[in-house]
Design a protein around this ligand. Structure first.
Ligand SMILES: NC(=O)c1ccc[n+]([C@@H]2O[C@H](COP(=O)([O-])OP(=O)(O)OC[C@H]3O[C@@H](n4cnc5c(N)ncnc54)[C@H](O)[C@@H]3O)[C@@H](O)[C@H]2O)c1
Length: 270
């Protein structure tokens, strides 16, 4: 297998499970030295050592709440002190913004979703999803600018292109993240740094399952049935493959893109 990230150093926020863990596994298989950060220490450590034993590449877990400037600074500095550089920052950590109700039930009427969202819910979702992405980019840029290269990938969602299937809060944060990525692309291009976002369709991760209140099989079955592209069951590995393409040098002239990985689903409602 051609190793597409040989010699690269990648930091993935929220890498203890779900899409982040799948990306860590794939990046590592492609030769990257990976730093997984999360707030789930036990899971993060066990996933890191599992991936390291599979790939033979160094995989390290660093505890980092993305809403903490000092945690993010420490995580990036840890990558530098272990590996001497940071080539890739995948700002993947997020929360669903679901506030005690099944977001898929929201279709029953705006009254349900609006009344369930209060200021605290807004503050915490924007803190993790938007401010966390900002901090990831800020500290990545700090070490990438002197090298005049690097790749920053942010996590959007298909909800940046299709509407009505997720909580308002989540949709608002993901639009903010995509806007942030595009604005950063303009600023950081000056220093040879690419900034993109990736926007997947619904995939049965712990977050998706927990926030929908459905079991994994039901969630996957429902999204498979709604999908535009038939004959494929969408998996976290599919998101990881798309992320790999965006962060690797094969995409060296791609910046400012919000890559929808949705099998064309969003075009049905465009
Ligand atoms: N699952 C989907 O259907 C889907 C679709 C589109 C986009 N996404 C996006 O993909 C990304 C990964 O989501 P996932 O579905 O794998 O979710 P997940 O909950 O399975 O994984 C997210 C990880 O982020 C971590 N995290 C949460 N808050 C954190 C914080 N403050 N600091 C550090 N880490 C924190 C969690 O502990 C978890 O390990 C998110 O940005 C999500 O919005 C997911």
């Amino acid at each position: 297998m051609a190793k597409r990230l040989q010699g690269k150093v990648a930091l993935i926020t929220g890498g203890a499970r779900g899409i982040g863990a799948a990306a860590a596994r794939l990046f590592s298989r492609h030769g990257a030295k990976v730093v997984i950060t999360d707030i789930r220490a036990e899971l993060g450590r066990s996933v890191s050592s599992q991936i390291q034993s599979e790939s033979g590449q160094p995989v390290t877990y660093v505890q980092c709440d993305v809403t903490s400037d000092s945690d993010m600074q420490n995580a990036v500095d840890a990558a530098i002190s272990m590996h001497g550089k940071l080539d890739i920052m995948y700002s993947n950590a997020a929360v669903s913004g679901a506030v005690g109700q099944n977001p898929l039930e929201e279709k029953k009427g705006p009254g349900i979703l609006l009344s369930a969202v209060d200021r605290e819910a807004f503050r915490s979702a924007f803190d993790v999803n938007v401010y966390g992405s900002f901090l990831a980019a800020k500290h990545a840029a700090r070490v990438m600018i002197p090298e005049r290269k690097g790749s920053i990938l942010m996590s959007g969602s298909m909800v940046t292109a299709s509407y009505g299937a997720a909580p308002h809060l989540y949709v608002a944060t993901k639009h903010a993240v995509v806007g942030l990525a595009k604005n950063l692309c303009v600023e950081l291009g000056e220093y040879g740094i690419r900034v993109n976002s990736i926007s997947p369709y619904g995939v049965a991760t712990p977050m998706a399952v927990e926030s929908s209140g459905l079991d994994e099989e039901t969630y996957e079955g429902m999204f498979t049935a709604m999908a535009n592209l038939k004959g494929v069951v969408f998996k976290v590995e599919d998101v990881a493959e798309a992320a790999l393409t965006l962060v690797s040098d094969e995409s060296r002239y791609i910046s400012g893109v919000n890559l929808l990985v949705d099998g064309g689903h969003s075009l049905k409602s465009a």
